[in-house]
Write a protein that binds this ligand. Structure first.
Ligand SMILES: [Mg+2]
Length: 176
């Protein structure tokens, strides 16, 4: 089995679009700390997987194909510019209360675990929303909340911002 760090997307991997959605690649702006965090994750033997709610698809703001194009370009840019890779991307295109995958449900993490033989108890979920913490906990992962969102369930660790997480991530993962 492998160990994994699950990353929420908006606000962790790329800058949050606020209340809206990243509808085009031109609006996908990488968080400057993310490559260094991913480099540590990979160096320490963890796979990295994106787990993202993209309800804008259900709302007709963008197509599933547009979301997948953004993820293809993101993975290409990671490889070309930083020599980094993520193992997989899971996104939920559904509206609220119509599926088992939209966070705070753990469906995407459970599906990732099945697909890639992941040991969830030795894996981590990192996000900037209480929904990320809830999904991670429901899947049996350790959880990290970044930012000042009010936590509905207490995360295992909390950091004020991505820079603080970048400073701490290696030690956290090494400590197991
Ligand atoms: Mg987020």
């Amino acid at each position: 089995m492998i160990r994994c760090v699950f990353f929420d997307r908006d606000g962790i991997v790329n800058q949050s679009p606020g209340p809206g959605y990243v509808e085009r690649w031109e609006d996908f702006h990488l968080m400057p700390e993310f490559p260094a965090i991913l480099r540590n994750v990979s160096r320490l033997g963890f796979a990295a997987i994106l787990i993202t709610n993209q309800r804008g698809v259900a709302l007709g703001k963008m197509t599933a194909a547009a979301v997948e194009d953004i993820h293809r370009r993101f993975r290409r840019a990671l490889k070309d510019e930083y020599g980094l890779e993520i193992l997989d991307v899971f996104y939920c295109p559904h509206d609220k209360n119509e599926c088992e995958c939209r966070k705070p449900k753990p469906g995407m993490l459970l599906e990732a675990a099945r697909r890639h033989n992941i040991n969830l108890a030795e894996s981590w979920m990192i996000g900037d929303s209480p929904k990320d913490v809830e999904a991670g906990k429901a899947a049996g992962c350790r959880t990290i909340l970044v930012g000042d969102a009010e936590a509905t369930a207490p995360p295992d660790y909390r950091f004020a911002n991505m820079a603080a997480l970048a400073s701490a991530i290696a030690k956290l993962l090494e400590a197991g």
